[in-house]
Design a binder for this molecule. Sequence first.
Ligand SMILES: [Zn+2]
Length: 116
Amino acid sequence: MVPQFIVEVARIEAEKSYMKYKLGAVVFDKKFNILGVGHNRWFRQSEKMCGLKIEGNVPRLSIHAEIDAINHVRRDKRYLMFGIYVYRKNNRLAMPCKKCQKWIQKNGINNIEWSE
Ligand SMILES: [Zn+2]
């Protein structure tokens, strides 16, 4: 179980999302020091992405909160990444999708928790 302040930071981060489903994520080290935070949003070029949405003929890419949070961890701090917590507004189910789960594990994060 992550400490309550991690949940709170993820909740505040989720509030920043302008997507229909508002999610926030927090990456932390073994001592629960926060290394990076993020929320789901449309993505800018050159960022790593997860999720694809087609609107009309124009493909639009969205970045999931988990990926956004990992991207915000400083490069020299990445080796410290230990866990991630994902929160969906109103404490709804925020289980990471398959793509995100793979990416999280590829980054050496083995502790994954989410609101449900
Ligand atoms: Zn995802």
